[in-house]
Design a protein around this ligand. Structure first.
Ligand code: NAP
Length: 469
């Protein structure tokens, strides 16, 4: 884990950043914990909201600068980087606005005098990926700070400037105590040591199954709550009755947004009907061939680089192994002949169930394309993956779409829309895509103490034997 900025559009190493030392890490954890115990957890929700709103406002005010860091470090198209900055600010505002309502005590009508309060639990550790460098942080920071927890973030090692820029949002904010937000450049061993520390009360990972399993195992051993937002290989099913052009436009957006590097990208396209399958494939090839490779800072570019040399090599290797096992390249499949980490927009067909690609996640601009005969075959194929994050169904018959949605094994299904995200939509998966939810009220409830307060009149007699716990 070397923290460095490498421009994926050129391959140039621009900056290298040191790891946080063990000693510094201990001091930062002490500061975070002191902030939690001595200050942040006791604040009124309105007071916390003022701080989180001010952070969102600062992000909006500096949107262009912040978008530039994203494009520089992970190669996102500049228009999409600007969109991400807005989305991250929206998430912070959403929690600042809604927290008072989410924190309302719940009275238990069956038991007069009993209420359940929502209380914070302490320092929460976030391990975050590079693909949406601010959105991923906002998903953790918004709810955790508003509930009264404080956060320490280990961001991905290829986006250190984004990580530092996000931390700077808290500098100079009126009423923001030192220690509510801490950015660390930590190794896997340091993450493990933090999880073991009794002052860290929960851990959340967005990333690969491998990273998730490492952190979940450690948190499990330390009996700490964890949330896992891991990989996905979302199906996009196109039924016989779906308007084809709209399905195609959505499919290309769903797959190619963020150069295909989204956990909820429409990675596997499944079209029902042989004839429509052929027509859909033609339309897909036309649209993906028209994408324009170039500098992600140029507004005319529609296909940027993938995030790193290793990401590019990994994808090329998956394509090569998949083709050796019988897959056919219908479009692209090769590195673009220019500096930087560019992969051609790629469509793979003829992937049968013995092909490794059948169950793998392809984290880049690569479509796995399938044609099936009927709805049942589409659902079987949709579920033939270890993942279960999102999924989409395109159909003119909404009731049929709902019935199929019920049979797709995933945490989210969108009918006539690619999987996407908004502050008020719960986000998360099942199977190897992880557990727990981010965003919405559900994301607010992951690292809290649902505390029962039971009040009996002074002088009450002890419980009878049948009431004892
Ligand atoms: P990754 O290697 O797992 O990296 C994600 C984060 O985990 C980084 O900060 C990384 O640090 C850290 N990490 C890796 N191994 C670790 C360990 N043993 N202990 C502690 N931290 C560790 O993920 P990636 O391959 O870059 O990102 C793509 C994956 O994330 C895909 O599978 C994608 O689907 C998934 N993802 C899921 C969601 C979701 O919400 N479900 C969202 C986005 C991405 P270093 O950078 O220092 O290695």
């Amino acid at each position: 884990m070397t923290y460095q900025t490498v421009n994926p559009a050129t391959g140039e190493v621009l900056d290298v950043y040191p790891n946080t030392s063990d000693e510094e890490l201990r001091a930062l954890l002490t500061r975070a914990h002191d902030c939690y115990e001595g200050d942040w957890r006791h604040r009124e929700v309105e007071d916390r909201a003022r701080v989180v709103k001010a952070v969102a406002a600062k992000l909006r005010a500096n949107a262009e600068e912040y978008a530039q860091y994203v494009t520089l470090e992970m190669g996102k198209l500049i228009a999409q980087a600007r969109g991400e900055v807005q989305l991250a600010a929206d998430i912070l505002d959403y929690y600042a606005q809604r927290a008072a309502e989410f924190l309302q005590p719940v009275s238990l009508n069956e038991r007069p005098g009993c209420v359940v309060e929502t209380r914070p639990i302490g320092v929460i550790l976030g391990v975050e990926p590079w693909n949406f460098p601010y959105y991923q942080l906002a998903r953790v920071v918004g709810p955790q700070l508003m509930v009264g927890n404080v956060v320490m973030i280990k961001h991905a090692s290829n986006v250190p400037q984004c990580a530092r820029a996000f931390a700077r949002l808290f500098d100079g904010i009126d009423g923001a105590p030192e220690g509510i937000y801490t950015n660390i450049n930590a190794s896997a061993a340091q993450v493990a040591a933090l999880i073991d520390d009794p002052r860290v009360r929960g851990a959340t990972v967005t990333g690969s199954e491998k990273a998730g399993a490492a952190v979940a195992e450690r948190a499990g051993r330390a009996l700490k709550k964890s949330v896992m937002e891991l990989g996905g290989s979302d199906p996009l099913i196109v039924l016989e009755d779906a308007p084809l052009e709209a399905a195609l436009d959505n499919a290309v957006w769903g797959r190619m947004n963020n150069t295909g590097q989204s956990c909820v990208a429409s990675k596997r396209m499944i079209v029902v009907g042989r004839k429509r399958g052929a027509t859909f494939l033609d339309g897909l090839i036309t649209r993906m061939r028209a994408l324009r490779v170039g500098d992600p800072n140029d507004p005319a570019t529609t296909l940027g680089p993938v995030s790193s040399d290793s990401a590019l090599k990994g994808l090329l290797n998956q394509i090569e192994v998949g083709c050796a096992a019988g897959a056919r390249v219908a479009l692209g499949g090769k590195r673009v002949d220019r500096p930087g980490f560019f992969l051609e927009a790629t469509i793979l067909t003829n992937i049968d169930s013995s092909n490794p690609l059948y169950t793998q996640e392809l984290f880049g601009p690569v479509v796995s394309f399938y044609v099936v005969d009927d709805e049942d075959a589409a659902i079987e194929l949709a579920n033939a993956t270890p993942f279960g994050l999102g999924g989409s169904i395109f159909t003119a018959d909404i009731e049929r779409g709902r019935r199929i949605a019920d049979r797709v094994e995933s945490g989210m299904v969108f009918i006539n829309h690619p999987t996407w995200t908004a502050p008020e939509l719960p986000f998360g998966g099942v199977k190897n895509s992880g557990y727990g939810r981010e965003l919405s009220e559900l994301g607010f409830a992951e690292f809290v103490n649902r505390k029962l307060i039971s009040v009996s009149p002074a002088g009450s007699p002890p419980p009878s034997v049948s009431q004892a716990g």
